[in-house]
Design a binder for this molecule. Structure first.
Ligand SMILES: Cc1ncc(COP(=O)(O)O)c(C=O)c1O
Length: 372
């Protein structure tokens, strides 16, 4: 008996070895915690760290959520959502699949293509979810540095793609957090490697740049989008992918059957029906982005990077970014810093409402002046 107990495995032996000390995703904290940290009421927090939508959700989406029949499971084949997405994207429903945020679709692509020891290609710096999912999947990430202007290095990616075990190339376009986009020619060159090319168009509505038109042409192309940013549904978790019908069917086969909940389904459909109004809000955010860019550009020591998204990356003179970030946080203004070494002197600011831009700019002017 004692022998048996002695031979019981420890928890560490049961957990998969590559997950024992996995480096997790660096998430953003919720507003109530930010408020507590700054010692201010929650309604005074200026939250510009999550690329969320300052206008909130469509009233029609809110109505759909309120009316959603929560006691009923959603349709596993997502027929109504896919029909609505078809009308919005111009692609047939067979090319479309929805996920609980585009994050879930990224994870499903790992499940579909990646075995431990396989590799994915990432253009650094970029969105942290690809690397995080790779770590969880036990995959290697081949990090290809972006060029000085943050453009992707197509030749270096093609070289990495020739490495044994390489399966997926991830490209965020516009890239979070640098704001630049890739061209169709660059994407075609990546597709010619034969690997799966995932173009993450989370910020499509702010850029109007897309490779959706190439999806019927290339079986190895996956384009991802989200309702989190332009439609203000980040908290509900709903996004979608555009890919060959063959890949859609594989994703359907492996996804959780009820992956997108019924409230999110209703909100997605209502938001697409209200897309004209939502796109007017997007235009207001784009106009505000340009105003914020000019204001940032006028602060000595600050270099804003042109952006196609709803955010702007700012680079600072060496040593300045951390103290400006801390100074903003102490004033209840939260922006996003990153652990990537190349972004040590930078942070990203989400484009919010005009009064939020004014507040962040005024605070940055003061904080930068203290430094010089
Ligand atoms: C490039 C990129 N892709 C995907 C996502 C995640 O979107 P979702 O909220 O749909 O999971 C984000 C969110 O910040 C993003 O920046």
């Amino acid at each position: 008996m004692t022998d048996k107990i002695a031979s019981k495995p420890s928890m560490d032996e049961l957990i998969r070895p590559h997950l024992l000390d996995v480096k997790t995703y660096e998430p953003i904290d919720p507003p109530e915690l930010l408020a507590k940290r700054a010692g201010i009421p929650e309604d005074r927090v200026i939250k510009l760290n999550g690329n969320e939508n300052p206008f909130g959700s469509s009233p029609k989406a809110l109505e759909a959520v309120a009316k959603a029949p929560l006691h009923v499971y959603p349709d596993p084949l997502q027929r109504n959502m896919r029909a609505a997405l078809s009308a919005y994207t111009g692609l047939g429903d067979e090319y479309l699949i929805a996920g609980a945020g585009s994050d879930e679709l990224i994870d499903l692509l790992f499940r579909l293509f990646i075995s431990p020891g396989d590799a994915v290609i990432d253009s650094d710096p970029t969105f942290g979810m690809y690397g995080f999912c790779a770590r969880v999947a036990g995959a290697d990430t081949l990090l290809v540095p972006r060029r000085a202007d943050f453009d992707i290095d197509v030749e270096a990616i093609a070289q990495a793609a020739a490495r044994p075990g390489a399966k997926i190339i991830f490209v965020s376009s516009p890239n979070n957090p640098t704001g630049n986009a890739v061209s169709e020619d660059q994407v075609r060159a990546l597709l010619d490697t034969g690997l799966v090319v995932v173009v993450d168009e989370a910020y499509f509505e702010f850029s109007r740049l897309t490779v959706a038109g190439l999806v019927p042409e290339y079986e190895n192309l996956v384009a991802l989008r989200t309702m989190s940013k332009w439609a203000g549904l980040a908290g509900l978790r709903v996004g979608y992918g555009m890919m060959s019908p063959r890949l859609v069917n594989h994703v359907i086969d492996i996804k959780q059957p009820y992956n997108v909940n019924i409230a999110a389904e209703g909100a997605l459909i209502a938001s697409l029906e209200d897309s004209d109004a939502l796109l007017r809000r997007v235009q207001a955010i784009v106009d505000e982005r340009e105003r914020m860019f000019r204001l940032l550009d006028s602060i000595p020591g600050v270099t804003p990077w042109p952006s196609y998204g709803n955010f702007i990356l700012c680079s600072f003179e060496p040593g300045m970014a951390a103290s400006v970030y801390d100074g903003l946080a102490a004033r209840g203004i939260f922006v996003r810093r990153f652990s990537a070494p190349r972004l040590a002197d930078s942070f990203r600011i989400t484009v919010g409402a005009p009064h939020e831009t004014d507040a962040v700019i005024a605070a940055m002017r003061e904080l930068v002046a203290v430094h010089s």
